[in-house]
Design a protein around this ligand. Structure first.
Ligand code: DC
Length: 220
């Protein structure tokens, strides 16, 4: 069973993807974490993110892996746990930039398909899961929310992590990433034709979760 959870940043994909995977006993794959780990590999190599060929070479050589349960998912780069390091602002920015490079996408999509086949099914969250990675997924969700609501969630998370970005900067960053992720030529963020769209601007995490579980039950 493959469940796709796509949508823009801050829409709640990873929280809900984790909850669904736990509920259904499936693997959880955070594909954004893979783009982030790939970006970290590029940053560490010293290669410019503008040099597409060099970036692709670094990403092809990097050993990226996702390990563990939905609640304790760890991301490794060449065997090193980089789960915390990939959450920085700089990595977020660079992940969005290198994810526009087709060869990077090809390499990560192949890896995502392989990882998803390890278990009896998987919940994958990302931008292109229902459109490109698993166009035949059993069920596709597209989670979204107004940019202000998404920025507010991110701002609250950052405050808990004692990061001091302002709300305005967070909103500007969300808008910039939305624009880049939706307008790139290869596999842009898009709603699959058969996706169930849930706007969570006015909903709690639990309400969205109940809705997703209901949809899955109806289709099972
Ligand atoms: O979901 P996230 O914020 O961790 O993702 C980081 C970046 O990776 C995001 O700006 C776009 C890119 N990404 C992508 O292009 N395709 C995916 N399936 C997942 C993430």
């Amino acid at each position: 069973m493959i469940i796709a959870v796509d949508g823009p940043s801050g829409a709640g994909k990873s929280t809900l993807g984790r909850m669904l995977a736990r509920e259904l006993g499936l693997l959880y794959l955070d594909t954004g974490a893979m783009y982030r780990a790939a970006a970290l590999a590029v940053m560490r190599s010293g290669v410019s993110t503008r040099d597409s060929a060099a970036v692709a070479e670094v990403v092809n050589k990097a050993r990226l892996n996702l390990e563990g349960d939905p609640d304790s998912l760890r991301v490794t780069l060449d065997g090193e746990d980089v789960s915390e390091e990939i959450r920085s602002e700089e990595v977020s920015h660079n992940a969005s930039v290198i994810s526009t490079i087709s060869e990077v996408r090809r390499s990560l999509v192949a890896c995502q398909r392989q990882l998803a086949e390890r278990g009896r099914g998987a919940v994958l969250d990302g931008r292109d899961i229902g459109t490109v990675v698993f166009p035949n997924a059993d069920i596709k969700f597209f989670l979204t929310a107004q940019p202000e609501a998404r920025a507010n969630r991110r701002y609250e998370e950052d405050r808990l992590r004692e990061r001091d970005a302002s709300f305005e900067d967070t909103l500007a960053d969300i808008n910039q990433r939305d624009r880049r992720d939706s307008t790139r030529a290869d596999s842009p963020l898009a709603i699959a034709e058969d996706a169930i769209v849930i706007d969570s601007t006015e909903l709690s995490i639990d309400e969205v979760f109940q809705r997703m579980v209901q949809e899955i039950k109806e289709r099972a």
